[in-house]
Design a protein around this ligand. Structure first.
Ligand code: SF4
Ligand code: SF4
Length: 457
């Protein structure tokens, strides 16, 4: 067999190391390569046999790495066509719901009134009425959702699935969600279920913390900074700061032995205060902190956001600082997420066909950030033929015209569809601001990652 160099390699210079980073536009798989390695790859500008490469300074190990990373592909391979075929195969699996492996409960019922809240802003944008702030999530609806979801995932032989309790503030509906966990746990004929809770932390009691620990529920607490920095935007309905009460909730988690994951939303108010937040994570023994910019908010709160450049600089700095003191800084901007072995095709997130979201009234959405219901629980199976679900499920690498040829086409996957929808009212497009930010952050972080790795291939 003869091998050829992939047409989709991206090469970034590392001047300080006299080396380059090479990665694949679709797959990632970044390596730090010496100039000799680059020369070796260039042997395959025209198709060559493995024997030829070995005679010209190659090794079996390098050959294996490059073929498994798709840096070298069999002669005549059209990788974009392959992507298209994989997406076509995926298309044939959409209508029966077989992609779905994640269920999210959501509402806009909240004990806080954060100025930038994405869920409430979707409603204010005047779309379908998604939220009913005083209504609780009824057990009957939750049970119906769980039954439909487990039945679907069992039919399609999923081994591991997720159920996420999301807001507003899900602990306002704790009696229902606690029952969901107990109901699911009591079943034996079901896939393994990983539970997640995204909470503002204020309502965490010692009993709740003990339950989260017992049931191994991954808990992510939102906090926007230390002390009054958090209180600039994360306030109660009376306008009071929330830091003290959240701190108490986090302490309950710590005492119960629940792993602490924090999440911070970047705004003008806290961009300069990230180091203190990462220091706090260190002090609390947090596993990590997610740092993200404002997402899919209406125009009325855009002024709370900061410039793309400032956000990018802040995130790059936070990532480096977290690395220095041993706190992983995560976020939706991490273009490295597929810089490892990944089976194509790729999407930005589970919202692209692999997750469904359910609200208190039994309406089903493809993503909590896209104000378009695709059906109702009593007719769950018909949700998957809804055009919006089908479009979301095909928002895959290779299917987003704007992204074709982008240096981050695979690792980024076109970004969040809800951001795209907020910017353009369609999920087939992208948010240009977020796109720019991801490119800026990723270019810089690849360099920093490579320097930290040291050594070359
Ligand atoms: S959204 Fe932007 S960075 Fe992401 S793949 Fe598309 S063009 Fe590239
Ligand atoms: S599309 Fe955006 S908001 Fe929806 S699940 Fe994905 S990342 Fe989240």
């Amino acid at each position: 067999m003869r091998w050829a160099k992939s047409k989709h390699l991206v090469v970034l210079a590392l001047p300080e190391q006299n080396a380059v980073v090479i990665y694949h536009r679709f797959h990632g798989n970044a390596v730090i390569a010496s100039k000799d390695t680059v020369k070796y790859l260039e042997l395959f500008n025209s198709p060559q046999t493995e024997e030829f490469a070995l005679e010209h300074g190659g090794s079996e190990q390098t050959q294996k790495l490059f073929s498994s990373s798709c840096f070298l592909v069999p002669e005549g391979t059209d990788e974009r066509l392959q992507l298209k075929e994989l997406n076509e195969a995926r298309a044939s699996r959409i209508a029966n719901g077989s992609l779905v492996a994640n269920l999210r409960f959501f509402s806009a019922n909240c004990n806080f009134a954060c100025s930038y809240c994405s869920v409430t802003h979707i409603d204010r944008a005047g779309y379908e009425n998604l939220i009913a702030p005083t209504i609780r999530f009824p057990w009957k609806t939750a049970k119906q959702a769980v039954d439909a979801f487990l039945d679907l995932t069992k039919r399609h032989h999923h081994k591991v699935v997720t159920i996420r309790f999301f807001g507003g503030e899900p602990l306002l509906d704790w009696p229902t969600y606690r029952r969901v966990v107990e109901y699911v746990s009591a079943q034996t004929d079901r896939p393994e279920v990983d539970f997640y809770l995204n909470t503002n932390g204020a309502l965490i009691t010692s009993e709740i913390a003990a339950f989260l620990k017992t049931h191994n529920i991954k808990t992510i607490v939102s906090l926007d900074g230390v002390g009054e920095v958090n209180d600039r935007l994360r306030v109660t309905h009376n306008g009071r700061g929330t830091y003290a009460v959240v701190q108490k909730g986090i302490e309950e988690l710590r005492v119960a032995g629940v792993d602490i994951h924090l999440n911070m939303t970047l705004t003008q108010q806290n961009t300069a205060e990230i180091h203190k937040m990462i220091d706090l994570c260190k002090k609390l023994g947090a596993k990590d902190v997610g740092i993200d910019d404002l997402c899919f908010v209406g125009n009325e709160v855009v002024e709370l956001g900061t410039t793309t450049k400032r956000q990018a600089d802040a995130i790059i700095d936070a990532w480096s600082y977290g690395r220095k003191i041993g706190i992983p800084v995560l976020g939706a901007w991490v273009g490295f997420r597929s810089f490892s072995d990944t089976a194509l095709p790729l999407a930005y997130c589970a919202g692209n066909g692999e997750e469904v979201c359910v609200d208190h009234s039994g309406k089903v959405f493809p993503c909590y950030g896209i104000p378009c219901s695709i059906g109702e629980l009593h007719n769950f199976d018909s949700c998957f033929v809804h055009p919006v679900y089908q479009t979301m499920a095909l928002r895959m690498v290779g299917n987003i015209p704007h992204c074709e040829g982008c240096e981050l086409e695979g690792p980024c996957g076109g970004g969040c569809a809800a951001d795209a929808f907020a910017a353009t009212e369609t999920v087939t497009s992208i948010s240009r601001d977020k796109c720019e930010m991801r490119k800026t952050i990723t270019r810089e972080l690849i360099q920093q990652w490579a320097i930290a790795q040291g050594g070359t291939l």
